[in-house]
Design a protein around this ligand. Structure first.
Ligand code: MN
Length: 242
């Protein structure tokens, strides 16, 4: 008796004659089961590129169309491909992105850099939107006032973190045990990684890699940061603040 026959008989025994015909006429175990192999192992973690929630030109003049298009279709797409290759090659058993990032020190530099790049950009696209910016309201404003004294002070500290990140990296606003903190990370590291000095749940992020601004701003990172405030989507920050 093979596995399928065994299971069929078991179902007949367990379910009785009324339910059995319906169950046996379809694949009640789902698509992952084959007759000879039994249940397939859970699918490995895969990073997917979230759709850009606006057009490439939507964030102009803060972020120009060509930069957005290259950033999304080339840079981000490459991180995703390489992250998924590394996951396969290194036998990653984590089933969620967060669990993988929390254990990233156990994997290669390729895994760390590209999983970070995959995750960070998916996050970055969501926390921006056209026609946004301005001053947040409600619980976000309360939280920023509570942690930094004022919204203006928050912006100053965040921009300073973004400016002082030498080379490539990210500036972050995170929530850690309901306290907000600002910091930056090198390369594609993020605050969900065990290797990160800054820890917490990301609420807002700014990509300060030159690929994020160089076409339009060249060496003027400060100007990029100033103009970026106009496209910050505080509604998304509020969702993440919970
Ligand atoms: Mn980037």
């Amino acid at each position: 008796m093979d596995r399928k026959q065994f299971l069929s008989r078991s179902i007949r025994t367990a379910a009785g004659v009324i339910l059995a015909p319906a169950l046996l006429n379809e694949d009640v175990f789902g698509a992952s089961r084959t007759a000879s192999e039994g249940f397939a192992p859970p699918a490995p973690l895969t990073f997917a590129q979230l759709p850009l929630p606006y057009a490439y030109e939507a964030l102009e003049p803060s972020i120009d169309k060509l930069t957005m298009e290259i950033h999304y279709t080339k840079h981000h797409a490459a991180y995703l491909k390489n992250a998924n290759d590394a996951i396969k090659d290194e036998g990653v058993a984590a089933t969620s992105e967060e669990e993988f990032l929390k254990n990233i020190s156990k994997f290669s530099a390729k895994a760390r850099n590209n999983a970070g790049g995959a995750w960070n950009h998916n996050f970055f696209w969501q926390v921006m939107a056209p026609g946004k910016g301005g001053v947040p309201t409600g619980k976000v404003l309360d939280a920023l006032n509570g942690s930094f004294g004022s919204f203006e002070k928050f912006k100053e500290v965040f921009a300073d973190a973004a400016m002082k990140r030498f080379g490539s990296g990210w500036a972050w606003l995170v929530s850690d045990n309901s306290t907000l903190a600002i910091g930056s990370s090198p390369n594609q590291d993020n605050p969900l990684m065990d290797v990160s000095e800054l820890k917490g749940a990301p609420l807002l992020a700014l990509d300060v890699w030159e690929h994020a601004y160089y076409l339009n701003y060249q060496n003027k990172r400060a100007e990029y940061i100033t103009n970026w405030w106009s496209v910050v989507n505080w509604d998304e920050v509020a969702k993440r603040l919970g």
